[in-house]
Design a protein around this ligand. Sequence first.
Ligand code: FA5
Length: 339
Amino acid sequence: MEARLNELEQMAKNEIQEANSSDQLEKVRVKYLGKKGELTEVLRGMGSLSSEERPLVGKVANIVRENIENYLLEAKNSIKSKELEAKLSTEAIDVTMPGRKTNLGKKHPLIQGMDELKNIFISMGFQVAQGPEVETVYYNFDALNAPANHPSRDMSDTFYINEETILRTQTSPVQARVMEKRKPPIRIISPGRCFRNDTPDATHSPMFHQLEGLVVDKGITLADLKGTLEVFTKYFFGSQTKIKFRPHNFPFTEPSAEIDASCFKCSGSGCSFCKGSGWIELLGAGMVHPNVLRNCGIDPEVYSGFAFGMGIDRLVMLKYGVDDIRLFFENDMRFLNQF
Ligand code: FA5
């Protein structure tokens, strides 16, 4: 039996050496070491051996099994590395092939515009404040002195989530939130999204962007508002730009004004862009209403302030001659790539 075992080892060794693929190797393993394999068959015959012979033959059988396993392992490793080499040589990289172009994304034109506006005001000493887009009726209207019957509170103008909660219609509620928390001197801007129940057209979108500005301190006057907006418009539209104040009405400022800039296309002489008037409407502004200061715990006898709110989408449209606000939200790369 011992001789048969040694013979099996030699046969297995030869077949393992001849195998040149993982599949062939597996077949040899099953042939000799599998449940119905040659070695197992021999071991089954051990029952007929005497009790002296059995441990001796068992020992030899174990050695033969171990040897065959070692031959298999060695062969397996060498076949694997040969297979890998063969695979690598067929998959050689062609360094002359042209590379794949990666398209780098960039900021949306409105975000570029927002960044530009922010930088101008930051350079003038303003800090950036943020407020929630889902806002309470209190901060959007009540704290800002809007009377209970103000038309902007209507469901046809404002998106209500429930009776007390809306999507903010303006960035002005950030004024009240900031004044409640911080005491003067205050000098902040707050850019962000606003929502109105407006039918989309060339100049209206139900979702648009505003930039709010607020300054509160002792001795702030309309002249400070005028100076600040003059510097801003010169930076944003060019040094030739002039501004003018037109009387207006906002519940949270008194006096209130709408501010127009001289048309940067025709320098005020009148063109199709400014519809022949020479002026372009830019933003709403005014001196903070004493009631708003009082609502936020600031004494209007001691402090005064100014505020302004501009539509970022419209400013970017004006600056780059975009004639339809909806282009910003259609995600057409031919349009977006121009910025
Ligand atoms: C306001 O929203 C005031 N909160 C501005 C303000 C702030 C005045 C601080 C005084 C002091 P108004 O409703 O006019 O004002 O909106 C301001 C700007 O938002 C408009 O000039 C316009 O540029 C922009 N805007 C308003 N509605 C839309 C819309 N549906 N789509 C695009 N832009 C809009």
